[in-house]
Design a protein around this ligand. Sequence first.
Ligand SMILES: Cc1cc2nc3c(=O)[nH]c(=O)nc-3n(C[C@H](O)[C@H](O)[C@H](O)COP(=O)(O)OP(=O)(O)OC[C@H]3O[C@@H](n4cnc5c(N)ncnc54)[C@H](O)[C@@H]3O)c2cc1C
Length: 497
Amino acid sequence: MTRALVLGAGIGGLSAAARLAHAGYQVQVHERLPRPGGRSNLIERGGFRIDTGPSILLMRDIVEGTFADVGADPADYVSIRRLDPAYRVFFADGTRMDAKVDRAELRAELEHIEPGAGARFDDFAEIGDQLYRGAREHFVERNFRSMREMFGVSNLPQFVSLRVYEPMHKLVGRHFRDPRLRQLFTFNAMYIGMNPFTAPAIYALLPYNDTVEGVHFADGGMYGVVEGLVRLCEDLGVEIVCDHPATGVLQRDGRAAGLSFADGDLEADLTLVNADWPWAQQRLLDREPRHPLPGKRLRYGPSAMNFYWAVQGDVGNLEAHNIMFGDDYEGNFRDVFAGKVHERPSYYVHVPTLADPSLAPDGHHIVYVLVPHSNSDAPIDWAHERDRVREFVLHDLEAKGVTLRERIQFEEVIDPPRWAEQFSLARGATFGLSHSVSQVGYLRPHNKDPHLRDLYYVGSSTHPGAGVPMVMLSARLVTERIVDEHPPARRGAPARA
Ligand SMILES: Cc1cc2nc3c(=O)[nH]c(=O)nc-3n(C[C@H](O)[C@H](O)[C@H](O)COP(=O)(O)OP(=O)(O)OC[C@H]3O[C@@H](n4cnc5c(N)ncnc54)[C@H](O)[C@@H]3O)c2cc1C
């Protein structure tokens, strides 16, 4: 049997392992951390089950497709439902609105903020629908093996129709005048670590995705998805070894011959690296991470300051997902992307226990706070910044009627340097390399190594990019490529639930 070694049990690594096993490879996954999931990890303590990383589940079809494509019934592994509202939004002037699922209710919420905005949302959603479907077909769900495939005559018209050269905030600004609605329909660029004021309009597919395709929740939280993937892998015969960091990629005769560990080497016919791509270049291959185009500088995305609070009692007027806008929206992004601190940041609050109460003991809630932040490359006194941001958020929540301070039973904090060190992320960039136009598709690190044969990559900093569904797609694309280039010795069997 063709033997494949996967380095890293993030969502990308697990999804690829399942697909490879189903395609007929013998697959072993080696993970540095004590449990699988990567950034999508878990803090388990005192009956609380707290997700560390992703929380907003989008593109359900791709998530469920990961299971269905290997012959499994997704319902045997994950239980996913749509949330209503998708989120509650608190604006800096004290007003708030809910992103309702029902179109008439959503329109009414928008009208309340800007007369006429309800009807204009329909036009905006139509454009979002074109962008979403077009981007998936022409840019996201395909491998780019050459410059020509991306910039060839057949793909070029898509750059215009998918508004790659128009800024996102301008497109949104044509539909909505009220600054609050402009914030509502642009903040989503941060899902992939982009600044809405520089992001191309193609990313207006993100607010469309939230409001039309829907924000979903998996029972057990996002770690419920990780657990589903682990079970899928096991049912397909994948072996997952945790607490086993690789020290390097074994190199022989111009090819990757497997992985090195402190306790010896393991040989393989092909090696798939899921560790963050720039991190892996530096730490496992002893190379400077380089842009696929010679001479072009790689750009890194921002990071996040995360607080995880185990709270006794209720959480006031919060919903499962809440967006808290600060009073200097544009300045906030400018600072985050310039490596500076911002005094009064916008932030996101997730209360997963409102969607799944089993995640905490009775009468308790989990409050997960994510403050978008410059990455760990910035010259910042992180200990001071952690305390400052914590105080700001607690105070701001109090002003919104949510008093938590005295009821926090325990807390964890992950700041940008901890994202870097504990989760092996270059510069602590939580969403990987930037998704600017110069770093997507063929211009993003490829899923195949340019120098060593039999070495492949999957995950956020490779094509198509960051986010749970995107790394699942990355797994599909790299598996297609591997099957093409390394046909397995025998075909695999469907998963047994
Ligand atoms: C705070 C935060 C919030 C987010 N919010 C969302 C969200 O709401 N929705 C969404 O869709 N996405 C979100 N994301 C993005 C999403 O989590 C990621 O895009 C996705 O989980 C990345 O998966 P991955 O497989 O590429 O990488 P990773 O999760 O980074 O997995 C890589 C794995 O490789 C392992 N590894 C590294 N080095 C070694 C080694 N030497 N030996 C063995 N193993 C090694 C790592 O330990 C890790 O387990 C968020 C991310 C963060 C951090």
